[in-house]
Design a protein around this ligand. Structure first.
Ligand SMILES: NC(=O)c1ccc[n+]([C@@H]2O[C@H](COP(=O)([O-])OP(=O)(O)OC[C@H]3O[C@@H](n4cnc5c(N)ncnc54)[C@H](OP(=O)(O)O)[C@@H]3O)[C@@H](O)[C@H]2O)c1
Length: 201
């Protein structure tokens, strides 16, 4: 079984790659990256693909059984087509399973709502793909918020997808472990999981 991870050069993607290597070995994990140099350190096969380029993904997804789609960084409305490029290429190239990293939170009423709305559209696209699928809705990553603490103190508030509610932080490492299992184990197919920690005020 060969599993590919997009955004392998990024912090979440590379963490998922490392967990997958522990489970299925280096030869069975392929990293997909817009900037392959940034993913070289992983020591696995890296294929180049930009979310804006469907043809890149047609090549990158050759001989891949399952793909992990890490949500993109572009503005929310642009991400929908970027993610469709990956989903359509997966469908056309014999990929059997797609797993998508989405986000928890309300589609209205909070600072992250445009991102949440865009991710919900990709969730629908993944569910309608005809492939085996699983969706993880990630909690807010704790690591960046720790880096922003001084800014939050200055501004007097933290604005994110928790709105006025409690925040269910997760670490990227916890998510890496979860996504590796989700990719490998068939029992997760067809599920939408909230991958979140204990809510804190
Ligand atoms: N839940 C949360 O709290 C939270 C917080 C921040 C972000 N996010 C989401 O989670 C994702 C991963 O976060 P992260 O912390 O791992 O981000 P990160 O370390 O900044 O990595 C971002 C990755 O996205 C890649 N990328 C950007 N545009 C691309 C494109 N057009 N085509 C292909 N790859 C592209 C970058 O590739 P290059 O190496 O080429 O730049 C990089 O690998 C983000 O993209 C965002 O959707 C969630």
């Amino acid at each position: 079984m060969k599993i590919a991870v997009t955004s392998a050069s990024g912090q979440l993607g590379s963490t998922i790659v490392k967990e997958l290597i522990k489970e299925i070995g280096k030869d069975n994990v392929v990293g997909i990256a817009r900037t392959p140099e940034n993913a070289k350190h992983l020591g696995i096969e890296i294929r180049k693909a930009d979310y804006d380029n469907r043809q890149d993904f047609d090549k990158a997804l050759q001989d891949i059984d399952a793909v992990l789609l890490v949500s993109g960084m572009a503005e929310p409305q642009k991400r929908i087509q970027q993610h469709r490029n990956v989903i359509e290429a997966a469908k056309s190239n014999g990929v059997k399973k797609i797993v998508y990293t989405s986000i928890v939170g309300d589609e209205e009423k909070n600072a992250f709502s445009p991102v949440v709305q865009s991710n919900r559209q990709t969730e629908k696209d993944v569910q309608n793909s005809g492939l085996n699928w699983c969706i993880g809705r990630n909690g807010i990553y704790i690591e960046p918020d720790l880096e922003y603490i001084d800014t939050y103190l200055k501004e007097g508030e933290i604005r994110n997808c928790a709105g006025d509610g409690k925040c269910t932080y997760t670490s990227r490492e916890e998510l890496g472990v979860a996504y590796a299992k989700i990719l490998i184990e068939e029992k997760h197919n067809g599920q939408v999981y909230n991958l979140v920690g204990d809510p804190i005020p």
